[in-house]
Design a protein around this ligand. Structure first.
Ligand code: ZN
Length: 311
């Protein structure tokens, strides 16, 4: 029977309507993995001149030449302006690795840690520059909004506090909603990974297989995360994405970091949300603001938990 649920973390109201999908593997995609390198890809090594001049890298080599492991460049088509007119801020692309075919799930674990540390460091740089909010995210695959196939993350620093972030902090009103969501998930059998870092499918997931990843000792700000906490979250994220791959195939997904803005001092816990893009926001959702989730989070969590990810 369809059920109305509201997510305390996001404020989103959801109809969980599992009868609309036959089985979780109904969402499994099957298409060929991308090639290891792609001629003409602006993010592949050797094509560094196709991007704006880089602002940071890890690895060796000269700026704007091969030898890097993680490379940061300004977005060629920024959604914010650097000059003081309109929406101001900074928009950067973080190329996760030289390999065209290695998304976060396929990177070596130490490389994934290195990439997440670069993201944290970029957020730290923008926070130190006085930006009001730094949004970090991964769009992987066309259905998740990626216009370039080569795996990359994005950092958008804003001079405004975005409404969703302000709303989340107001809704929390000093409570640890991440912990409440985690406890509720535990009671309902929705936990996928457990330990210092937990991963769970929220009871009111807005889309199938949505998962929250959080460290029990994380603070309010992603940009202030220490290496230990960040590495542990990265390892969990990496393991979770491997489970998503094993369950759904090479599916498009978003990874979204939720963090309080640098200037916000209220209690909050930064966390990441993984959203496999197996359904679209359609007419009913646009008209009502209510999302429809055709896979019960109970079924999604069990499928991810039981996924065969080898050794
Ligand atoms: Zn490439």
């Amino acid at each position: 029977m369809p059920e109305l649920r509201t997510d305390p973390l996001t404020g989103t109201t959801v109809i969980v309507a599992p009868e609309r999908a036959a089985r979780p593997d109904a969402f499994r995609v099957s298409h060929a993995p991308p090639p290891h390198e792609a001629p003409g890809c602006a993010f592949c090594p050797g094509n560094e001149s196709m991007t704006p001049p880089e602002v940071a890298r890890t690895g060796g080599g000269e700026p704007d030449a091969p030898g890097w492991r993680v490379r940061v460049v300004p977005n060629l088509y920024p959604i914010v302006a650097a000059a003081p007119s309109g929406v101001t801020g900074a928009h950067e692309v973080v190329v996760l690795s030289p390999a065209h075919d290695r998304d976060l799930a396929r990177l070596a674990p130490d490389h994934a840690r290195e990439a997440l540390r670069v993201l944290r460091d970029r957020a730290r740089t923008h926070a130190a520059a006085g930006r009001a909010h730094v949004q970090v995210f991964v769009n992987h695959g066309r259905a998740a909004g990626a216009s370039i196939e080569h795996p990359h993350a994005q950092v958008v620093a804003l001079d405004i506090v975005p409404p969703a972030v302000a709303d989340a902090l107001a809704r929390a009103d000093g409570r640890d909603l991440v912990d409440e969501s985690r406890r509720a998930a535990d009671d309902a059998g929705l936990v996928v990974l457990d330990g210092a870092v937990s991963a769970w499918c929220p009871a009111a997931s807005a889309s199938p297989f949505e998962t929250v990843v959080a460290h029990h000792a994380a603070g309010a700000h992603f940009h202030e995360a220490g290496d230990d906490v960040l590495d542990a979250v990265t390892d969990a994220l990496h393991g979770l994405l491997r489970r998503v791959h094993a369950t759904l195939g090479d599916v498009a997904y978003n990874v979204v970091v939720h963090s309080a803005g640098p200037a916000v001092a209220v209690p909050f816990r930064w966390h990441a949300r993984v959203i496999p893009r197996v359904s679209v926001v359609a007419g009913f959702e646009e008209g009502t603001g209510i999302r429809v989730d055709a896979v019960a989070p109970e079924v999604a969590a069990a499928a991810l938990r039981d996924a065969d990810v080898g050794s």
